[in-house]
Design a protein around this ligand. Structure first.
Ligand SMILES: NC(=O)c1ccc[n+]([C@@H]2O[C@H](COP(=O)([O-])OP(=O)(O)OC[C@H]3O[C@@H](n4cnc5c(N)ncnc54)[C@H](OP(=O)(O)O)[C@@H]3O)[C@@H](O)[C@H]2O)c1
Length: 245
């Protein structure tokens, strides 16, 4: 299936995995819209690195704080939601490298809103459009930790497991209507801010067992899912076996 001319929204597109996915999508001909807080970074550093192969191919970015419930309730006002949307990649995420008993309630709320609530709200917004188009893909970036919890990631892991629930239940609601919803569960990506923030004493296993992945490993799997017409409700783990041990 050709992705040329498809319109894709990538949350967390200002750096790390979201940026890598956005770059790949632009290379295969998509029009990409980035959603994140760092507007200057997106405008000055990210957008210029996206590929523009076709005359009518265009990319854009929107400053949005996905941890802010008021902003979430106003997302529909963004011009990107007034156009056709073929692909949503829910990639924005934050973590916390500390025990639950040390985690402040505000931080718990922040992680849940950023990682989970925003993905639900955005899925609802695009599902409306995709239903009228009778086509579309939603991909949620979960984590291998969803199936292999380790100490120091309780709230993060809860949101990542919930994204699996979102993926499967949405696939049921939208199945047969041309809309596919899948999740990707990456293992350890050292080359991102989240990867670099890993607290070595809590994450010893991650750092010692040679399970580190490249961003392209994950982005290529996103493209694989987008190129399928049949896969939906599936959770693709890419972790070099980390979650099996
Ligand atoms: N690194 C890993 O080992 C790993 C493993 C499994 C899964 N993942 C998942 O991969 C995804 C990307 O993470 P990453 O590793 O690439 O980390 P990263 O480099 O820290 O990127 C996180 C992205 O999320 C955006 N973001 C964070 N808070 C936001 C907010 N309130 N509103 C809007 N955007 C927000 C950031 O943009 P701004 O700061 O500009 O807002 C940034 O673009 C996350 O969902 C993460 O859970 C990562």
């Amino acid at each position: 299936m050709s992705l040329i001319g498809k319109t894709a929204i990538v949350t967390g597109g200002s750096r790390g995995l979201g940026f890598n996915i956005a770059k790949k999508l632009s290379e295969v001909g998509c029009n990409v819209s980035l959603l994140a807080r760092s507007e200057d970074v997106m405008r000055q550093e990210v957008l210029p690195q996206l590929t523009t192969k076709f005359d009518d191919q265009k990319h854009n970015c929107y400053r949005v704080d996905l941890s802010d419930r008021d902003e979430l309730s106003q997302l529909h006002r963004l011009s990107v939601f007034k156009e056709k949307i073929d692909i949503l990649i829910n990639c924005a995420g934050i973590t916390h490298n500390k025990l639950l008993i040390q985690t402040h309630p505000d931080e718990i709320d922040n992680i849940i809103t950023t990682n989970l609530t925003s993905s639900i709200v955005l899925s609802k917004l695009v599902a409306r459009k995709m239903l009228s188009q009778k086509s579309g893909h939603i991909i949620n970036i979960s984590s291998a930790l969803a199936n292999k919890p380790i100490s120091g990631t309780v709230v993060y892991t809860a949101t990542k497991q919930a994204l699996i629930g979102l993926t499967k239940s949405l696939a049921v609601e939208l199945g047969g209507k041309g809309i596919q919803c899948n999740a990707v569960l990456p293992g350890f990506l050292k080359d991102t801010l989240i990867g670099q923030s890993v607290n070595e004493s809590l994450f010893k296993e991650l750092l010692t067992n040679g399970h580190k992945l490249q961003l392209d490993d994950i982005s290529d799997s996103v493209l694989f899912l987008l190129n399928s017409k049949a896969i939906t409700g599936q959770c693709l783990t890419l972790d070099k076996g980390f979650s099996l041990i």
